[in-house]
Design a protein around this ligand. Structure first.
Ligand SMILES: Nc1ncnc2c1ncn2[C@@H]1O[C@H](COP(=O)(O)OP(=O)(O)OP(=O)(O)O)[C@@H](O)[C@H]1O
Ligand SMILES: [Mg+2]
Length: 332
């Protein structure tokens, strides 16, 4: 048997959990998705980032077969969304931006209702519901109506409901919007445990930190297109890097420092210099040694390391007009 050869080639060509090619969607004359290409390996977390109205929910709706695309192709768990929507639905779980709980039902009843919809059978449904109640820390409130739940508990129950059918791919549309920091962290742990269990997670978020914390790969959606795609580190590397900003109290010191750091960018108006480079302790020590050697004292300094917020601002043109590449703090 050529089983080892088979498995090697299977890994090399393993079909992605989600893939799209030139996906398009318009509402009237408004183009929402203008050709989206994605390829998400199984067992990973993918984050789709974008400002309000960018088309994140629209993408999730197409991939979960709730709406049809106008053009292009999309496959989820090996099924084409257009030609095999039932296959897609059987393989996915979706948690919408707005929770799909029935407030009048208890947590347990919500889960059992879902099990019924999925035709799991009474015994299997009860078993699954109990497992999920325990796993999501809501077993002690299983008999309470969802209406009495806090935002964090609602999200947990909502995700538990998507897991009733044991999906391979889970779509989470803004899973932590409106949650307090503690509930957000709990949700992150949940997502991590899902992936550890082999599930592929497709999440949308407006929180850069969330993408940074959770996602193997991130795509930034803006103006109907993917304007950047990569790991958090790759995205951060695309924009101007770390720098130290040194400010001086008088013009003489400023000029002497400028001579000592000929490569630094000058901000004459504020008597400040922007020195590019890594902002680690050793680099900072070297920088201050060099200032000492030049006999200059900085009045104050700040260290700037690019984060995903910078990437987001730079790429989505939020808060900028003409220039596509915008840095929060720019010295000229
Ligand atoms: N059913 C619809 N009819 C008309 N326009 C729609 C419809 N659904 C969405 N849109 C428009 O499509 C665009 C993308 O909407 P979408 O909900 O996908 O954005 P989003 O990235 O999820 O935004 P948010 O961060 O606010 O959730 C918006 O301009 C929205 O107004
Ligand atoms: Mg949305």
């Amino acid at each position: 048997m050529a089983s080892s050869v088979m498995s090697t080639s299977n890994t090399a060509t393993a079909s992605p959990a989600v893939s799209t090619a030139d996906l398009r969607k318009s509402y009237g004359d408004k183009t929402v998705l203008d050709g989206i290409d994605l390829r998400i390996p199984a067992g990973t977390v993918f984050a789709l980032l974008g400002p309000n109205g960018a088309g994140k929910t629209t993408t999730v709706q197409i991939l979960s077969t709730l709406i049809a695309a106008d053009g292009g192709r999309a496959q989820v768990a090996g099924h084409d969304v257009a030609t095999s929507p039932a296959g897609v639905r059987a393989a996915i779980g979706v948690t919408g931006q707005f929770a799909a709980l029935d407030d009048l039902l208890t947590a347990e009843e919500n889960l059992l209702l879902m099990a019924d919809l999925l035709r799991l059978g009474r015994r299997e449904g009860r078993k699954r519901a109990q497992e999920l109640l325990e796993r999501f820390g809501i077993a002690d409130v299983a008999k309470n109506r969802a209406a009495t739940f806090s935002g964090g508990m609602r999200r947990r129950l909502d995700i538990a409901m998507t897991l009733v059918g044991d999906p391979k791919v889970i779509f989470l549309d803004e899973p932590t919007t409106g949650l307090d920091p503690r509930s957000r962290r709990t949700m992150w742990e949940t997502v991590r445990s899902l992936v550890a269990g082999g599930v592929t997670v497709f999440l949308t978020t407006q929180y850069l930190e969330e993408a940074d914390q959770l996602a193997d790969r991130i795509a930034v959606l803006d103006g109907g297109r993917i304007v950047a795609e990569g790991t958090a580190d790759e995205l951060k590397a695309q924009i101007p890097g770390s720098h130290v900003r040194l400010r001086f109290d008088d013009i003489d010191e400023f000029e002497r420092a400028a001579t000592a750091f000929p490569g630094a960018a000058r901000d004459d108006e504020n008597l400040a210099l922007r020195v590019a480079g890594d902002a680690g302790i050793d680099a900072l020590r070297a920088l201050f040694d060099r200032l000492d050697a030049a006999g200059v004292r900085a009045a104050d300094f700040s260290v700037h390391t690019p984060d995903l917020d910078d990437v987001f601002l730079a790429l989505t043109g939020e808060g900028t007009s003409a220039h596509p590449l915008h840095v929060k703090e720019t010295l000229r």
